[in-house]
Write a protein that binds this ligand. Sequence first.
Ligand code: DGJ
Length: 711
Amino acid sequence: MSYIRIDSDHTSYILDLTSFGIPKMIYWGPLLDKNTDPKQLGMAISKPVYQAGLDTPYHLNLFPEHGTGFRGKPAHLGHRNGIDWATQFKIKQTNQNGQHIQIILVDDIANLELILEIIMDQASGVLARRSCLKNTFKTPYQLHYCASGAIEIPGFCEELLTFHGCWTGEFMIQRESFSKGIKLFENQTGRTSHETFPGMIVGSKGFNETFGTVFGCHLGWSGNHRVFAEVIPDGSRQIQMGEYLFPGEIILEKNESYKSPWIYSVCSNQGLNGLSGKLHSFLRNNIIPDSVRIKPRPVQFNSWEAVYFDHDMEKLKSLALKAAGLGIERFVLDDGWFHRRDDDTKALGDWWPDKKKYPNGLSPLIDYVKSLDLDFGLWVEPEMVNPDSELFKNHPDWVLNIEGHANKTARNQLVLNLRKDAVFDYLYEKLDYLLSNNSIDYLKWDMNRVLTTAGNDGIPGFHDQTNAVYRLIKKIRRKHPYIEIETCASGGGRVDYEILKHTHRFWASDSNDPLQRQRIQKGSSIFFPPEITGSHIGPAECHTSGRVTSLSFRAITSLFYHFGCEMNLLELTPDEEDLLKQYIDIHKKYRKLSHHGTYVRLNLDKTHRNGYGSISKDLSAALFCIVQMETPGHNDNQVIRFCGLSTSKMYRIRLLKPVDKSIEDRLKNTEFWFKGYNLTGQVLMESGISIFMPWPQTGILIELTQIDESR
Ligand code: DGJ
C-alpha cells in the first residue's frame, strides 16, 4: 500500500507510505474529489534539498523520530540501558478496515515494535489516534515519552490558541502568534488539571468564531500530560500530545507494551464554531454515555453552598421540598454526609452515613426526596483519605508515597493507592454497598488534590492510578448501569474525553460567579457541549469571589448548560422565588434546543460582551444569550451580528422576559422587542441588530423562530 485515504462525510485524510518508514500525512481538509491522485498531491508539497540540510529532506510525519534526522522534538524518548534511544521504524504491515487504520512498524536494531492507530469518525471527521510501543527484546526498555501522535500543521497556520487556568478560573483562552520555538505545557498534577487543559488550536491569521481554517487537538487523558506546539527551524509545524512520564514510570519487560492515550484532532475551514460543531457532535455520538442523549438533563439542586457540612435532616427536607416546588428535578447531597465528616479535616475513606446526622442511614432522606419526585444524588471522593479517619488508622500503608519521605497533605488529605488490589476492592465494596442499599441515581465523583509524592512501592504511580480510576468507575457502572456520574476535581480539574467515556457531566468550576463563569464556559465550550457542562446558580454574593450579582445574571449564565441551583433556597424572598421559577421554566422549555442544537459563539471579543447561542438542526429555531460583561465602551447602541442561521429563512426575533430592571427601563418605548419583529437570517448575520445594555453584568435571551418557509 503506497497511500491510504480515509474520507468522512466532509473531510479527507491521506497518508503517504512510500518511504516505508513512519507514514506522513499529505492531505487533511475538506472532502477531496474521488479522482485526486495522491502521488501528484504528494509531489506538489514535497520539500527541496537545501544546502545546510540533510541530503534527503526530512518530512514531518505521524511519529517523528530523532534517528531519521528530525530536528524538532521527537515523538519518542527511551533507552535500553543507554542504547536503542534513536529509532528508525519501518512498516511491517498495514491494515485498513473502513475508517480504522492500523500501521505496524518495527525497528529490528532497537528491538521495538510500534503500532499507530487512526480512526476517523464518519460523521464529524474527528480523527482519534494513539500509539503503542512494544519491547521485543529480553532486556528491559526504559520509556520516557511516547507521544499519542504528532499532528502535522500546514505552514499557513500562524496563530495559536491555548488554555491556561487555575482553581475557579479554568479554561482561560490565550491567543498568540505561532512562531519559531515551542509552546509547551506539562502537567504533573495526576489529573487533567485546572492549569493546563490539554487542548490546542492553530489556525490561519485572524481566525475567529466564524472565520479561518483551524486545526484543533485534545488529549483524552485524566493524568499527567505533555502537550506542545512547535515551529521547527525548517519552518514545519507540529502539535504533539502524550502522557508525561516520570523516570522509571514505564519500564517494558520483554513483550510488554505501552499504550498511549487517544489524541483527538479535527480541522475546520469555518473558524472555531465549525471546529466546535464537529467536536461536539463527535463527543455526543461517540464518547459520552447514552443516557445524556436519551434523557433530558434534570435540573439539579446541590447542597454544597446551601449547607456545607452542616447537615440537618429537617433543613435538608425543607430544601428538597422547596426545590421540588421550584421545578427542580434532582437533589444532590454534597460533602458532609458520612461518618464524622463535620469539616474537611477528617473522615475521607469512611464511606458510611454519619450516625449523628443520619441515625437511620440515608434512606429516610432519600425516601423523602423520592416522594417529591426528585432524583437523588450523592457526593463521594473515593480516591482520597484523611489521616484522621478509621481507614487510615487501619491501613496507613494504603496511600501513594515514597517511603521515608514526608508525604504532603492537601486539603488535609492523602491519595489512596488504587493500584493495590486491597484498596481497589475496599472502595468498590463501599460504593457498591451504598448503591445497592440506597436508591441513588447519581454520584458526584470528586477529587480534591493534586498528586505529589505518588510512589507506588516507590515507583511513580501516576499512570497506573489514572487507569485504576477508570477501572473503578467502569466496574461500578457495570454493576449499576443506571447510575449517572459527574466528574469533579475542585471544579474543572478533571475534564477530558477519556473521563467522559465513564461520566455524564463535568463540574466546570467551583466558581458560581457568573462573570467568571461566562469566561470559563466560553473556553470549555470550544471542546465540550453545553448539556454536559454543570452550571449552577449560586448565592447572590459568590462564595469564591465575593462578587455580588443579580439573580437574572446568574440564571442566564447557567441557562444553556446542565442547569442547577446551589444556594440556600430557604432564604429566597417570594419575589426571588418567583423569578427563579421563571428561569427554571425557561430552561426546561428551551433545553431540548440548547442541549441538542448546534452551539455557536459570537464574535464579540472587542465589545465588552459575550454572546453565544444554540440553533436547531433544521435551522428553524435558535436561542441566543448576549451578556454585557463590562461597562460599554460608548453610549451608542452596539450591533450584534448572529451566525449559524439560514440566510434564506425569515425569523421572528423576540426578547424573552424576564429581563433585568436596567434593561427594562431602557426598552420602555420599544415594546416591539418583546412582541417581536421579522428579519431574514441573511440580515441577522450580515447587518445585525442593535441592542443597548447599559449596565455591566446583565444579559438577555433572544429567541429566533422561523416564520415563513417559502422565502
Ligand atoms: C470541591 C467541589 O468542587 C465542590 O463542588 C464540593 O463538592 C466540595 N469539593 C466538597 O468538598
